[in-house]
Ligand binder design. Structure first.
Ligand SMILES: NC(=O)C1=CN([C@@H]2O[C@H](COP(=O)(O)OP(=O)(O)OC[C@H]3O[C@@H](n4cnc5c(N)ncnc54)[C@H](O)[C@@H]3O)[C@@H](O)[C@H]2O)[C@H](O)CC1
Ligand SMILES: [K+]
Length: 502
């Protein structure tokens, strides 16, 4: 069964919101699924919900309302804390609806209140629903939550039915470890199995696990969105120069704009230091584009084997190499690419550098170099020696299989970008017709390198595709089809700032 982490689940939730499916709608569906599970376990009787102040509690508020509307149930709810401290507007909204729903509610703020005020509520219940924490649990369990768990388990030992919402409270949703946790007879988890529920230790706490669908849109999971950006590593506020990425761009010779665009994109996406190593004829031109660039002049007018020693020094002092933009495909250039690649720990290969790849090169890199390739359909066809399929499903399959076989992350550029590492695959639909102009691929390569310096390859490539397209969409509003790659550069910081990852 496919499991997901709590972070991925949060990313999908955020992507739903981006698509217009609001958190309160998901909460309503989650609560309805819980109410249905209660009905299946108990035809009629007394049901007690024990709810925390997060969204796990929010699901309980919805479920209690649904159940109180069904005949045959007496529904009570213990809120652990004060109503004013409920953490989200969705949970608070649903809590407010309880006063119109024939659900009796008490607030417990201190563990000493349990004996006098809540003990009877526990003992008279036929079924208890645990909604203290779900995926939001952090650190040591405090009071009154800790005592609330003890009381639930006391009733469980007495043979009562216990249903946990999403996760038995106390269990770490990812690792499955715990200091104490609810012993449930049934756990109703949402959308997908959570990794922590599958752990050996968790088994005796979860009881039977049911995965309930809560209406999450397929696209929220299949397409990159702001939720994925949320999972990127933030820049350290106390970081030193270089901590947020040292990027080496190797490009140019026949062209001068391409390496400059990649280098500037890396800077705009938050890299601290970017060095462009470029052939001698274009070094001054590239430097003249921006005072922000550090330019290293190579020995000749094309990249050639005489440059290998200086390039190896540069590779050692940078953490990601972005290579290929405007390099040309002279045999000595491709030979140089092949010579230096095994020394790169992390590399993004674009454009002409892709022509240096072969099965032998891929094999020699396996395990040494973490590689992202960013071909368009034509370059991908050359890499595979096979036409790139037009049909979307066949294209996805081709990218997935190629990435798995070669041990790389592929970002296949197109109207819909496809990103895969062979196991995970994401699609990206940001971007527009104006972006067929030259240079947008160079921007994407630099952007990818910048994110790659702080993040895993797959996430970096997927988020770079999204940011590049989203920056292009913003630029398109003003420039329309007269959009230039430099317009996209200008919009990158806005997208990064909006996503709060700068
Ligand atoms: N797509 C979905 O799966 C949906 C899931 N929903 C539910 O939302 C919860 C996650 O909600 P969140 O608000 O992020 O966190 P929790 O409710 O699990 O917990 C936060 C709550 O608990 C307090 N807290 C955290 N740690 C401790 C501690 N050690 N001791 C005491 N108190 C603690 C914290 O202060 C907060 O008050 C998910 O599991 C689902 O049930 C959505 O409703 C629908 C979409
Ligand atoms: K729970």
């Amino acid at each position: 069964m496919k499991c997901i982490s709590s972070l991925r689940m949060k990313a999908i939730d955020r992507n739903c919101e981006y698509l217009g499916l609001l958190p309160i709608q998901l909460m309503e569906n989650a609560g309805a699924a819980i109410a249905q599970s209660v009905r299946e376990k108990l035809g009629s009787g007394r049901v007690l919900f024990i709810a925390g102040r997060g969204n796990n509690g929010g699901d309980a508020f919805v479920a209690a309302r649904h159940l109180a509307g069904s005949s045959g149930y007496i529904v009570k709810l213990i809120l652990l804390g004060k109503a004013r401290d409920i953490g989200t507007k969705e949970a608070f909204h649903n809590f407010s609806l309880l006063k119109f729903s024939r659900v009796e509610v008490i607030e417990i703020t201190d563990s000493s209140q349990f004996e006098a005020e809540a003990s009877d509520w526990y003992s008279e219940a036929d079924l208890l629903v645990d909604a203290i924490f779900g995926t939001g649990i952090k650190g040591k369990i405090k009071e009154p939550e800790s005592t609330a768990i003890d009381y639930i388990n006391r009733e469980g030992r007495a043979g009562k039915k216990i249903i946990s919402i999403d996760i038995p409270s106390g269990l770490d949703p990812d690792g499955g470890s715990f200091e104490k946790a609810v012993h449930a007879g049934l756990t109703v988890t949402f959308h997908r199995m959570k990794t922590g529920l599958m752990s050996e230790k968790a088994k005796e706490y979860t009881g039977i696990i049911r995965v309930a669908e809560i209406g999450i849109s397929a696209d929220a999971e299949q397409y990159v969105g702001p939720g994925d950006l949320m999972t990127l590593r933030r820049r350290e506020s106390s970081g030193h120069k270089g901590d947020s990425g040292r990027i080496l761009v190797i490009g140019g010779g026949p062209y001068s704009g391409a390496p400059a665009l990649a280098a500037l994109a890396a800077l705009k996406a938050g890299a601290d230091l970017v060095t462009a190593a470029v052939p001698a004829n274009v070094a001054e031109i590239v430097a003249s584009y921006s005072p922000n660039l550090i330019v290293r002049k190579l020995s000749s007018n094309i990249l050639c084997p005489e440059d290998v020693s200086i390039l190896l020094d540069l590779i050692n002092s940078h953490n990601v190499v972005v290579m290929g933009m405007g390099l040309g495909r002279a045999p000595e250039t491709l030979e140089t690419v092949r010579k230096i690649l095994p020394f790169c720990r992390k590399a993004v290969l674009d454009a002409d550098a892709l022509a240096a790849l072969s099965d032998t090169v891929f094999e020699s890199l396996a395990g040494n170099c973490d590689l992202i390739i960013t071909p368009h359909a034509g370059e991908f066809a050359l890499l595979r020696d096979m036409k790139t399929p037009e049909n979307q499903d066949s294209r996805i399959k081709a990218v997935r299989e190629f990435s798995e076989k070669k041990g790389v992350v592929t970002l296949l550029k197109g109207k819909i970008d496809i990103i895969s590492d062979g196991k995970q695959t994401l699609l990206n639909r940001t971007g527009n017709t104006g972006m067929t102009v030259g240079g947008t691929g160079d921007v994407l390569a630099g952007l990818t390198g910048s994110l790659f310096s702080r993040n895993p390859a797959f996430l970096a490539a997927a988020c770079a595709a999204y940011i590049n397209g989203a920056a292009g969409d913003l630029a398109f509003e003003k420039a329309g089809n007269g959009l230039l790659a430099t317009d996209i550069l200008e919009k990158i910081p806005e997208i990064i700032k909006e996503a709060d990852i700068g």
